[in-house]
Every structure is written in structure tokens, then in C-alpha cells.
Design a protein around this ligand. Structure first.
Ligand SMILES: CC(C)(COP(=O)(O)OP(=O)(O)OC[C@H]1O[C@@H](n2cnc3c(N)ncnc32)[C@H](O)[C@@H]1OP(=O)(O)O)[C@@H](O)C(=O)NCCC(=O)NCCS
Length: 309
């Protein structure tokens, strides 16, 4: 008799994973015109713009392979051998309260939703976190999924505000070393404190993309490391897709470090690269100190939720 099974994914599951993600898209849109178009008319970049690497088998294979190679976990839910749901979780390897299992993807095939598949994948994530001795599971819930996460013991962990920092060319950039290899990851004493849209390893993935996708992988990216007044730091800038005159910032420092030196460094580094502004995503509690030193224009806010274990 068929039964719901949750197991680690392999590359053979990629067509099923893509089918799960594509089933949740009701209208495919041309990224340039925003007009509705058939899936078959979209090139790889167009499919990616409709929901990421999962939207085409070629891209999803690269994505899943790189996650597995990095020691992260991809799980599938199957019924009678068919993939009907997928979850991706990241072990963050960050210090203190940042040492969590981050659930970055949880998708159930549209025809299988509401039958306990999402819950089963989530519980598999909880078990993985417990096995690793982690004290919390985190996620950044979509609006439509908040009820699901609230129902399963998640609550707001951090309110994150994306603010815009004007750059400068009048201040010298700090003496930091360029990082030239993705293997030089931030040390275990540092956490992603600016640009935490999801979790630390995902911030690193943005700076060192595994997917060679023209339009995305050729955006300008730069990474530096060294010591600021606040201690050791790793700083990254990624040119924005929608406005190439701006960059998104990613900063790893210790959990206690003041963020002012990193913001000052970003202002000068981004100015020297010709950007007029840099977007910095900060935890709400870090904003008062940042506002004492910088003028920061509000852009948007996102929520990170957690379930304590
Ligand atoms: C959100 C999602 C993963 C939930 O999976 P699912 O298989 O449909 O959910 P389940 O059947 O396991 O639901 C388990 C419980 O949560 C409840 N639930 C499910 N979705 C819910 C929602 N959106 N709001 C409130 N409660 C919800 C169910 O009613 C059920 O409660 P019960 O045990 O009291 O009956 C799935 O709907 C999905 O893939 N959605 C589209 C993609 C998405 O939004 N993913 C999350 C990205 S952050």
C-alpha cells in the first residue's frame, strides 16, 4: 500500500522537485513586459524570474547539487514513488542564537496541499535540528504560509528593516583584503548581521552563485575581510538586478559587535565602486544605534520567525 515517505533528495528527484514548484505558479509572466505568457515561451532567465532556480530542471539540478555538496539538507516527500513536496534546510554554523536550522524552502505540490505533507516535511526538519543539538528552527514565512507556521509553534524572532545608505567618495575605504575564493567563508565567531534575508550560508551563496545564469551570475560582486574597530568582519556587495547603480550589502561580524564601523566601511567601499547607494537589511534592535551615525531611508521590512526546540 502506498504511504507518505520523507527522505533525503538525490539528483534523480530534480524533475519532481521542479514539478512541485511549478505547480504553485498560476500565471507565468514575461520578466520584461509582465505580460502572461506560456511557460514554454520563457527562456531560463525568464523562468528563474518567475520563482528561482527550481522553475527549470537544468537550474534546479545545479542548485540541488550545490546544496548537497555544501553538506546542507534537501528532503522530498513522496507518495507511490512520486515527489509531492520538497524542503531545503541549512545548518547555519553561526554562533550563539544564530546557530539554528534554517528552513528556506517548504513546498507541497498544489494538488497535494492540505493533506499533511507540509507538516510531515516540517517535522522531519525539527528532527534534523534535534539530532544536531540545535535549539531552534528559523524561517522567513511568505504571507500565505504564516498561518501554517503559527499553527506549528513558530513566532516572530527578528523584524528586519531594509534601509538605504547613501555612499561616499570623500572618505577613504578601510584597509581590508579582497576575498577571492568562496572557500574563505566567515569564521565561526561571526554571524550574518547585515543582509540576513534568510540565513548566513544563503547570504554567502548570493555572493558566490553556483548557477551560471547570464543576467544573474554576471552581476558585480565583491567580498572583503579584515579587522574593523568593532573586530573581525567580512563584507560583501552584490549589484542589484533591478537598479545596477545600487548594491545589496552582506556583513558578518560577531554577535555583539557595533555595526557602525561596518556601515562606514560599506559607504566608502560602495562609493569607490561607483554605486550611489547601498541597501542594508538590519535587525530592528540595531537601527537606533545606526541612525545615530547615518541617514538611512526606509525601503521595506521582512520577518524572520523561529520555533524554539
Ligand atoms: C504552506 C504549505 C507548505 C503547507 O503544506 P500543506 O501540506 O498544505 O499543509 P498541511 O496539510 O501539512 O497542514 C498542516 C496543518 O496546518 C494547517 N495549515 C496549512 N496551511 C495553512 C495556512 N496557510 N494557514 C493556516 N493553517 C494552515 C492545516 O490546516 C493543518 O492543520 P490541522 O493539523 O489542524 O488540520 C503548502 O500549502 C505550500 O506548499 N504552499 C505554497 C508554497 C508556500 O507558500 N510555501 C511556504 C513558503 S515560506
Amino acid at each position: 500500500m502506498a504511504a507518505l515517505q520523507i527522505r533525503p533528495a538525490t539528483l534523480a528527484d530534480v524533475p519532481g522537485i521542479t514539478a512541485v514548484h511549478c505547480s504553485t505558479v498560476t500565471v507565468w509572466r514575461d520578466p520584461a513586459t509582465r505580460m502572461a505568457v506560456p511557460y514554454a515561451q520563457l527562456d531560463l532567465f525568464g523562468r528563474w524570474r518567475n520563482g528561482g532556480a527550481w522553475m527549470s530542471v537544468e537550474m534546479a539540478a545545479v542548485h540541488v547539487a550545490s546544496l548537497l555538496q555544501a553538506g546542507q539538507s534537501v528532503m522530498v516527500a513522496t507518495w507511490a514513488g512520486e515527489v509531492i513536496g520538497e524542503a531545503e534546510v541549512y545548518f547555519t554554523h553561526e554562533p550563539g542564537l544564530y546557530a539554528v536550522l534554517h528552513l528556506s524552502i517548504l513546498y507541497v505540490h498544489a494538488t497535494w496541499q492540505g493533506r499533511g505533507v507540509g507538516q510531515a516535511l516540517l517535522e522531519a526538519g525539527v528532527n534534523l535540528a534535534r539530532e544536531r543539538g540545535l535549539s531552534a528552527l528559523t524561517t522567513q514565512p511568505d504571507d500565505a504560509a504564516r498561518g501554517f507556521y503559527a499553527r506549528h509553534g513558530f513566532e516572530l524572532w527578528r523584524m528586519q528593516h531594509e534601509l538605504q545608505l547613501e555612499t561616499t567618495t570623500s572618505q577613504p575605504a578601510p584597509a581590508l583584503m579582497p576575498v577571492t575564493s568562496s572557500e574563505h567563508t566567515p569564521g565561526p565567531e561571526m554571524a550574518l548581521r547585515i543582509g540576513r534575508y534568510q540565513c548566513g550560508p544563503q547570504g554567502w551563496e548570493v555572493l558566490w552563485p553556483s548557477l551560471e545564469l547570464p543576467g544573474w551570475s554576471d552581476l558585480r560582486r565583491s567580498v572583503w575581510q579584515g579587522n574593523l574597530e568593532s573586530g573581525p568582519a567580512v563584507l560583501g556587495l552584490c549589484q542589484q538586478l533591478t537598479d545596477p547603480t545600487q548594491a545589496d550589502a552582506y556583513v558578518w561580524v560577531t554577535p555583539e559587535a557595533s555595526l557602525a564601523p561596518a556601515l562606514r566601511a560599506l559607504q566608502a567601499l560602495a562609493g569607490a565602486q561607483g554605486y550611489h547607494a547601498v541597501d542594508v537589511l538590519l535587525a530592528k534592535e540595531d537601527i537606533p544605534e545606526a541612525r545615530q551615525h547615518f541617514q538611512l531611508g526606509f525601503q521595506t521590512q521582512i520577518e524572520l520567525w523561529q520555533r524554539r526546540l
